[in-house]
Design a protein around this ligand. Structure first.
Ligand code: FES
Length: 107
């Protein structure tokens, strides 16, 4: 079956403070959006695979977020939980066009 993607506008780049996460609701999904110190925007599911911590409230360092509940370290680019813990979160491609931020959502 073919996957369909929808590109959804989620705000201006200035709406996303650098090195912080922001919770965004897109198409009935809770997304954590991160504006990294290197200027990139990353979007992942806003739920830790451990016990559901809200990842948008975690501390951000480079390409990683630390879950606010038990400090799991998660790569926000590929969604992988870092060792010694295991798991991954869903990632969503993002685009910046003319200072506007879009996220691709499977529908
Ligand atoms: S809920 Fe995220 S580390 Fe436990």
């Amino acid at each position: 079956m073919e996957r369909t993607i929808k590109k959804v506008w989620i705000g201006k780049i200035a709406d996303f403070p650098v090195s912080l996460g922001k919770a965004v609701r897109v198409e009935d999904r809770d997304i954590a959006v991160f504006h990294l110190s290197n200027g990139k925007i990353r979007a992942i599911a806003n739920k830790c695979p451990h016990r559901g911590g809200v990842l948008s409230e975690g501390m951000v360092a480079n390409e990683f977020v630390f879950c606010p509940m038990h400090d799991w370290k998660i790569n926000v680019s590929d969604g992988k939980v870092q060792a010694p813990d295991e798991g991954c979160v869903q990632t969503f491609p993002t685009h910046i066009e003319d200072h506007q931020v879009y996220v691709e959502m499977p529908i």
